[in-house]
Design a protein around this ligand. Structure first.
Ligand code: PLP
Length: 282
């Protein structure tokens, strides 16, 4: 089926969508993006995605070409036109088209694109089986809090995971886990305490991470936002990852080492259940 995509105010079949070779995202990865989950044709946690988009744009001194209502309308229109029931909407805003020069152009019009992707989020085989991760050095730049389209280090990491038959790679800096290539990283220690790295420029402030921390607190589950090492993760009773495109997934092996009894544990099962309920009702 040909998807309908969005380019700068127009909806069109995907094979008719065109972007200039001078677009700054193509030449410099000078753009930001958001990926919002869709369940039952409705978006999950859209407002925090838009808040993070504004933050990323502000950090790069880029103007937002559309108001929040127009951004929501664009997402809803893409969901409607493509009959998307479950999956994601991808949106990207770039600094626009200008002759190649490193400094920011003064009069470029931002480029805005959007498209949908079908993906099973609720009934996920990975949630049933659990997934495996490998650890790799974090070779990214120092502003990982900005959701920029500069994702080559993450693509290399995901490829390293694939080479090792793993689902995800956890990136490690100074001995401490930063995050997954496209997900936030969590462990469960002492049987009932959730640990995840504190927010800083070192990691992306995950929208799903935020929701999980809130749901955990509401459910009376202790949360520690702090650094943790690979060794601590390998010794944890459970480990899991979160992202808009996978929600909450249990991790059953890290670098080949079994976590807990090697099957999805009770804390992550509970969190996934609570999160799915919230997502479905959103
Ligand atoms: N960390 C990184 C590096 C990511 O790329 C992502 C998502 O793409 C996440 C964390 C999870 O963020 P979210 O829950 O907002 O999808």
């Amino acid at each position: 089926m040909t998807r309908t995509v969005y380019v700068n105010g127009a909806y069109m079949p995907e094979d008719q969508a065109k972007i200039s070779i001078f677009d700054r995202a193509f030449l410099f990865a000078d753009g930001v993006y958001e990926v919002t989950a869709v369940v039952g044709g409705k978006m999950v946690d859209f407002d925090p995605h838009i808040a993070r988009l504004h933050r990323s744009l502000d950090e790069l001194e880029m103007a937002c070409p559309l108001g929040d209502d127009a951004l929501r309308e664009m997402h809803e229109e893409l969901i409607g036109r493509n009959g998307l029931d479950e999956g994601v909407v991808y949106m990207q805003i770039t600094r626009g088209v200008a002759d190649r020069d490193f400094t920011y152009p003064e009069d470029a019009e931002p480029t805005v694109i959007g498209f949908t992707q079908v993906k099973p989020l609720i009934d996920s085989p990975q949630a049933r089986s659990g997934v495996t991760v490998v650890t790799i050095p974090d070779i990214r730049w120092r502003r990982r809090d900005i959701k920029s389209t500069a994702l080559l280090a993450q693509a290399m990491g995901k490829q390293a995971a694939k080479t090792h038959d793993a689902y995800e790679a956890w990136m490690v800096e100074d001995g401490y886990v930063t995050e997954g290539t496209s997900s936030s990283a969590f462990i469960v220690t002492g049987g009932d305490t959730i640990v995840t790295r504190q927010l800083s420029n070192d990691i992306l402030p995950g929208v799903t991470r935020r929701a999980i921390l809130k749901l955990s607190a509401d459910a009376g589950i202790a949360v520690e936002e702090r650094l943790f090492t690979v060794d601590e993760a390998k010794a944890a009773s459970e480990a899991f990852l979160t992202s808009a495109s996978s929600f909450v997934l249990p991790i059953v092996r890290i670098d080949g080492q079994q976590i807990g009894d090697g099957t999805p544990g009770p804390v992550v099962a509970k969190l996934r259940e609570v999160y799915l309920k919230e997502a479905a009702g959103a």
